[in-house]
Ligand binder design. Structure first.
Ligand SMILES: Cc1cc2nc3c(=O)[nH]c(=O)nc-3n(C[C@H](O)[C@H](O)[C@H](O)COP(=O)(O)OP(=O)(O)OC[C@H]3O[C@@H](n4cnc5c(N)ncnc54)[C@H](O)[C@@H]3O)c2cc1C
Length: 441
């Protein structure tokens, strides 16, 4: 008799885990608080761009229903800006594998329907802790993939050793837009990042929206209290786009024409809020004493600055499906599950270290890497491939000596870096002079 898995939550982790376990011969029951129709009628969900091997894995699992309609993202264009309306330099480079950003309402609705055709049992039910205990008794293994909100902070205990933050580091605003002027905006055919250190990181993501089709999903990661932190009182998508236009006028004036005709894709495709990055203990003990495993945001929650949540949910689902399948007839007891999570963490910590590194100001050696990347696209590609596989950034993205060795391997000397920096300094001086000349009097 095949083993049975109960999966609570049909989001990124739940859908992928169910597809993996069905393939491995498990009997799978998916408990979801939303039916496919509910998902399709729901408000907008996060951008959730998948990178690298995660896109490949969804394809291998036959969950790639949008290959012909979603824009294939092959390059990233990053502008590193000064707060006084200047692009200091840009890094533009291809990624090894294309990224893909598809509306999660489509993904989860289609995923649920598809898994039912493959033999998964799907139950529409908002699972409580009490019900979870019943499920844990019914299944050989029960996995909670219900995101970070549903069971609150109590079910999975915070892991203080793996959690660095006690409060959010950014205030977030996301809106999906259409009708922008692609001809007027530079580099918006690619995934575009506008970083203003100390102020905000803004992501312009080619995106497939459930209603509008190909559009841009714009995510603003504002440093609290800074010049871009102006979305907390936004009450509608329209208002949010207006505030975004104001932000562009003040900080990124070269984006104003692109945004001038833009409108939200619908009244519900926007989000605002803030996330406290938190790692939780992976196994929760229920009132009966039974244990359940958590995956995805339920146990590893990062700020979306590095775009890792959905990617990591996919990696975790794959990793655990392989381990559960290899377990044979032996029990999925709490100690064994914890041990598997520790093994996952040998990789997973890179995801968190990368996400946490981006929340901090760039160190001098990281500035050197970025400035070198602006002149050497292969360095840009190595950095951008980190979104698909953060482990590939270590140690050279976080350790000064490793960064210097990395640059040497790419034939970039200290003198080269100095020359590039002098070029940027000249740009700043030119900008200041032209501002003075333009100033009245
Ligand atoms: C603004 C923003 C932008 C983002 N951009 C990116 C990005 O570009 N790339 C990236 O990788 N990540 C991104 N993320 C993060 C990403 O969206 C999440 O990390 C990812 O969706 C987590 O997957 P999950 O399966 O853990 O949870 P979810 O995808 O949230 O799925 C959980 C599901 O469980 C269901 N559920 C909840 N409670 C219950 C219950 N009690 N019973 C049954 N079902 C329940 C819910 O309906 C939900 O659909 C972004 C996040 C935000 C906020």
């Amino acid at each position: 008799m095949s083993r049975s898995a109960g999966i609570v939550g049909a989001g990124q982790a739940g859908i992928v885990l169910a597809a993996e376990l069905l393939r491995a011969g498990f009997r799978v029951t998916l408990y979801t608080d939303r039916s496919p129709e509910d998902y399709l009628a729901d408000r907008g969900r996060p951008t959730a761009c998948l990178f690298g091997e995660q896109v490949v894995r969804e394809r291998e699992l036959g969950l790639n229903f949008w290959d012909d309609t979603a824009p294939s993202i092959e390059r990233i264009h990053l502008d590193l800006c000064a707060p006084d309306r200047l692009v200091l330099f840009s890094v533009a480079a291809p990624m090894r594998l294309p990224a893909l950003a598809v509306d999660q309402r489509l993904k989860f609705a289609h995923g649920l329907r598809e898994l039912a055709t493959r033999g998964a049992s799907t139950r529409v039910d908002a699972i409580s802790v009490e019900k979870l205990d019943t499920l844990a008794a019914e299944h050989d293994v029960t996995v909670v993939t219900a995101g970070h909100r549903s069971f609150g902070p109590t079910l999975f205990e915070r892991d203080p050793k793996r959690s660095l933050h006690a409060r959010p580091r950014r205030n977030l605003f996301m809106v999906n837009i259409r009708d922008y002027d692609l001809a007027a905006g530079a580099h918006h055919e690619h995934l575009k990042f506008s970083f203003i250190p100390g102020v905000a990181e803004i992501f312009w993501v080619p995106f497939l929206d459930k209603d509008a089709g190909v559009c841009r999903s714009v995510l603003v990661e504002a440093v609290p209290g800074g010049a871009a932190d102006r979305f907390t009182d936004v009450g509608s998508a329209e208002e949010g786009v207006d505030v975004l236009r104001g932000l562009a006028r003040d900080l990124l004036p070269w984006e104003t024409e692109f945004l001038a005709p833009a409108a939200p894709t619908s009244p519900v495709t926007w989000l605002s809020g803030a996330i406290t990055p938190t790692v939780r203990k992976p196994v929760a003990r229920l009132p009966s004493g039974r244990g359940v495993l958590g995956l995805g945001d339920a146990v590893v929650l990062n700020d979306p600055l590095a775009g890792q949540g959905a990617n990591n949910a996919t990696r975790m689902a794959r990793f655990f499906a392989e381990r559960l399948a290899a377990r044979g007839d032996r029990p999925f007891d709490a100690d064994w599950l914890r041990g598997q999570f520790d093994e996952f963490w040998a990789y997973g910590r890179f995801v968190n270290d990368f996400s946490n590194a981006l929340l901090e100001p760039l160190a001098g050696f990281q500035q050197d890497l970025m400035i070198a990347a602006s002149r050497h696209p292969e360095i840009g590609s190595a950095i951008f491939d980190g979104f698909g596989d953060p482990a590939g950034l270590f140690p050279w993205f976080v350790e000064p000596a490793a960064a210097r060795a990395f640059l040497r391997r790419h034939r970039v000397s200290r003198a080269d870096v100095l020359r590039y920096k002098i070029g940027v300094a000249g740009k700043i001086v030119g900008h200041q002079l032209s501002k003075r000349l333009k100033a009245p009097g």
